[in-house]
Ligand binder design. Sequence first.
Ligand SMILES: [Zn+2]
Length: 429
Amino acid sequence: MLYFRLRNFALPACAVALSLAAHAQQPPAAPIVLHAARLLQIDTGTLLQPGEILVEGERIRAVGSSVEHPQGVRLIDLGDATLLPGLIDSHVHLFLHPGAEDLQTVEESVPSRTLLAAQAAKADLMAGFTAERDMGTEGAGSADTAIRDAINAGIIPGPRLRISGNAISILGGHEDAIHYNPALHVLSNADYANSSDQLIEVIRRQHKEGSDFVKIYETGHDTVVDGNLRSPYQYTEAQLAAAVEEARRLGTTVGVHAQGEPGTLYAAQAGVASIDHATQLSEETMRLMREKHIPAVPTFAIFDYFAQHAESPAQAAREKALLDYKIREFKKQIAAGIPFAVGSDVGPFPHGTQARELELMVQFGMKPLAVLQADMINGAKLLGWERQIGQLKPGYFADIVAVPGNPLEDITAVERVSFVMKNGVVVRP
Ligand SMILES: [Zn+2]
């Protein structure tokens, strides 16, 4: 009863807020032409010099070296810059910040974490990330539903989001706050599921609470012994397949945290949408990833950050050993021709700095254009916005950034984004 009274009471205020928000979200009425010294066509690698884009409402209408300038057009000249599609981060944690590791569930309330997540979303957008996949609130439940919905309603600035709610993990598993006094029952960073039936039940509850996709922890805890990674699996192939099937029934996908074999193989066999971290992949796993077009999301930025910010020399040595191992395996994965997407795992390191991920992928062996294609084309597909974002083409959403110089010659240009448009609205002039 109380529930309905509260709902009825809340409705009018809510309706006002939403109508105001809808107004704020409206793209400007006048068409916009963006002009810059260069424009990169991501699919072909063609560099137009100069480049122009006509934006009408929320969509791109025309792209070329020169486009029609309709009457009343607002011309924005970005000078010696390169126009690119908005950056996509396929692995973020809006609900994490530096220093939040496990104990955030004890030390920070969910409302306070939600406010920080709103700031994180803004920081990522201003850095040029116009679309992101949030891989788990790490103990804040479905609070990411509120962040996504507030962004979509124009109440707060942020990227287009695909969200998972909490990730899912086993009892006593990789994210179960296992380093503390068990009698205290420190809250897990994930939702528990220990069988196929429990996976399905948790997925249905998360779906009810607003999740867009499913995030599952498939491996951990990781150790490097004698130069080799050991990362125990958490779910069998049959259990992952049950989760993938339930996600498919709901029209969505499963992304897994999976560092090593055999968990990475089980994930590929089960048909997940992405294998995140993907440090150790067998020949058979890579064959399946090519065949099913399952991208690896290496997340070098987080490994690099932990190696550089360890608490002790021994910890630094462990992190460095894991990163070195990862770099060696990445070179094999590139040679094997598996698909990649770009995800940074930002959150434990500061939001807005994660374009470093693209720099690291180039540093460790990929060509700049290949990294941009992995980020934008594979990223758009992974997030379920294929042919909507990730390229500068007529009919696509006007998610556009400008970077100084030429990112094909110096990929670090993406770390200095100077202009951001999302959905036809200039969010960073
Ligand atoms: Zn993560």
